[in-house]
Each structure stands twice: as C-alpha cells, then as structure tokens.
Design a protein. Structure first.
Length: 361
C-alpha cells in the first residue's frame, strides 16, 4: 500500500474511478482548491467529464489504460464501491489509493463487512451466510422471519435483495436474487434510518458531521433532514460507531455509514466507502462539504470544520422531477444542484436540492 509522503499542493491531480454525480461534485470541490481531477470511467457520456481537467474512457480491466492513468495522477480515489478488487490492487502498486484497498474489500462483501463491524462491538442485524437452499433454510430457522436476503456483493439502492415474509418460499427468494452468494439478515423494526458521514486523514485526524435522518422510497434515498429527530444519546452513539469504524479500517477519505434507529438502539446496516448521497446537505449547510473534505483528506490537507451553520432538508430529484428546475431555481433558500445527465430515466438521480433555514438547534 502506497501512502502520500507530503501534502499534495495546489496544482496536483486526483484520479477518480467512476464518472457519475459523486465524481462530478468531487471534481468541482477539488477545482476550488486548485486541484485538478482526472476521471476514469467506461461510459463515454459520464457526468463528471464536463467539469474535470482530464478523462479516460476505458474499461476497469484495461490494465494498459490504468497504468497510463496511474502515471498521470498523484492519488487515486473512487466514487463507487464496486470497483473491481484487482483494479484497485493494480493501481495501489503504482500510486496511493484512498480509501485503501482493504477498506474497499471489506465494504464490498456484506459478510466481511458485518463480521468486521460486529467484531468492534458495534451492533448489526443478526446475519448468516447463505450459499444454497439448505443454508438458507438453516439460516431462517436460526434468524426467523421476516428477514431480508441480500447478495453478498454488488447490491445498491435495494437491488440484489428481497424480503422473506412468513409465507415466502425460500427457493423463490433465492431465485429473486439470482442464486448468488448471499447473506440472510434479521428484519430490523426500525423507527428511523440515519447515517454518519465522517472523514479521516492520512495522519488519523477524524471529522464527523451531524447525523442526518434519511427517508427512502422504493429503496432510493428521497430526503435527508438535519438535525435528525433523534435523542442526543442516539446521536452520540451513531457518531461513536462511525468514528470507531473509520478508525479501525485505517481509512482515508469520507465514509458513509448507514444505520437503523430502534428506540434508543442504533444498528449499523452498511458502509459506503465513499462520499454518500445522505451527505449532500453538507454542501450548503456546513463550512466544508463532504466533497471538499474528501479531497482534503486524500490529499493530506488538514481536515476542514464539519460544523453545521444551518438546518437543512436535502431532496433528491429523481427522473423527470428535474423538469421542475425553473420553479425550484426561483424558490428562496433553495440550493439547486444538477448533474448534467442527458436522459431522465425513471428513478435516476438527476440532481438534488438543499432547502436551508437558520439553525435552530
Ligand atoms: P441496503 O441495500 O442494505 O442499504 O438496504 C436498502 C434498504 O432496505 C435500507 O435502507 C432499509 O430501508 C431496508 N433494509 C435493509 N436491510 C434491512 C433489515 N435488515 N431490516 C429492515 N430493513 C432493511
């Protein structure tokens, strides 16, 4: 694993794997600090290209293109957790990669992730490994119903998971997720979903943002509200769990940790080893946004203050909701962020808005 030996000065170049909206917002934040971004993505129409100094269109297993990319940048990061392990490992031999390859591998596999988190004494839902019908049946006997069956890898926004109710046929549930290696999780009867957005630097400095309360529809994030309507005890627990996880991973960059709140209990659902949709509110309600914080962290700069100066509700603009842009742009106190995607497919994240009001608490 390579580390940076000194802070990367303005004029340096950050390489980003993936060219979606997260890379786009990272690139915009980096530009403000005089740091250029070079985006590496297989799709020729990636939203980040329009705002970045350089880009490469190539597959993640094109090792010649990856070698040229590594030679052109000072540090590599990524905007999505499904970066192939071999791609990250190849780059890691040539240039510092942050967050590191081992954090990436942990977050990519739900069994490794849950084993790691519960090993820290941080609660997760009861879980069991599932590889076939027999192991699913024994897992159901142990964990009970309702339960959630999730693929070990490549799940996001509710994809690759299915609920097992009292009357669900286990074989059909396995079919739903394509008979892939999976984890069975006990169903958590949560009151709320929250997340912790935190950053850690190469030297171990940690900054944690206020806890947003997240509302999902059809498994896709709709809104994040800050402050969350949770007790100070729950907020402190959530922040403590986030801080323990980021330190134990020896992590560099911004992390998103999704959690369930049930009464005064906090249960970790999953880790996203990247900037996170539930941190978009930081762009307009904090001194330093999660995007700038990530760039600062991976470039070896001092972390910025995560302090929040406003109350805020972030709402995603999905699909054709983007057509309301003119009306939204006219709304006082609203900050509009559009991702420059040409096609407004159903449910696609096209932009978000932050509605900011004076801080009350
Ligand atoms: P995930 O892909 O793990 O982020 O799950 C997507 C969404 O499914 C979560 O945000 C929850 O709303 C729901 N969910 C996932 N796992 C569980 C669980 N064990 N119990 C209850 N709801 C869950």
């Amino acid at each position: 694993m390579k580390r940076i030996s000194a802070p990367l000065p303005p004029g340096s170049t950050v390489g980003i794997l993936g060219g979606g909206q997260l890379a786009r917002m990272l690139s915009l934040a980096a530009a403000r600090l005089g740091i250029a971004c070079h985006i590496y993505a297989p799709e020729a129409d990636s939203p980040a290209f329009a705002v970045s100094a350089a880009h490469t269109v190539a597959a993640y297993d094109d090792f010649a293109a990856l070698a040229r990319f590594a030679a052109a940048v000072d540090v590599v990061t990524y905007e999505f957790e499904n970066v192939p392990g071999e791609t990250a490992a190849f780059l890691d031999t040539r240039v510092p990669v942050a967050p590191g390859v081992s954090a990436l591998r942990t977050a990519q596999d739900r069994i490794a992730e849950k084993t790691f988190i519960s090993g820290l004494g941080v609660p997760v839902a009861p879980f069991a490994e599932v590889s076939d019908l027999a192991s699913l049946e024994s897992a159901l006997a142990r964990i009970g119903r309702p339960a959630v069956l999730k693929t070990r890898r490549f799940g996001y926004d509710g994809k690759g998971q299915t609920r097992i109710q009292a009357d669900t046929d286990p074989a059909a549930a396995l079919g739903e997720i394509g008979h892939q290696p999976a984890v069975l999780e006990g169903f958590v009867r949560f009151d709320k979903e929250v997340s912790v957005i935190a950053a850690r630097s190469w030297s171990g400095q940690v900054a944690v943002y206020d806890v947003p309360e997240n509302h999902h529809e059809n498994h896709i994030l709709r809104t994040s509200t800050v402050p969350a309507r949770i007790s100070s005890g729950v907020a402190a627990k959530a922040r403590d769990f986030g801080s323990r996880i980021i330190a134990a991973l020896d992590y560099v960059g911004v992390i998103g940790v999704e959690m369930f709140v049930a009464g005064e209990e906090v249960i970790v659902n999953e880790i996203a080893p990247r900037v996170h949709n539930s941190g978009h509110w930081t762009m307009d309600a904090c001194h330093v946004s999660q995007f700038e914080q990530h760039i600062r962290a991976i470039c070896g700069w001092p972390l910025g203050s995560p302090e929040r100066h406003a109350d805020v509700v972030m709402s995603n603009l999905l699909g054709d909701e983007i057509n309301r842009w003119a009306e939204l742009a006219a709304e006082p106190g609203l900050h509009l962020h559009l991702y420059g995607k040409r096609e407004a497919r159903n449910g696609r994240k096209m932009g978000h808005v932050n509605r900011v009001t004076p801080r009350q608490a």
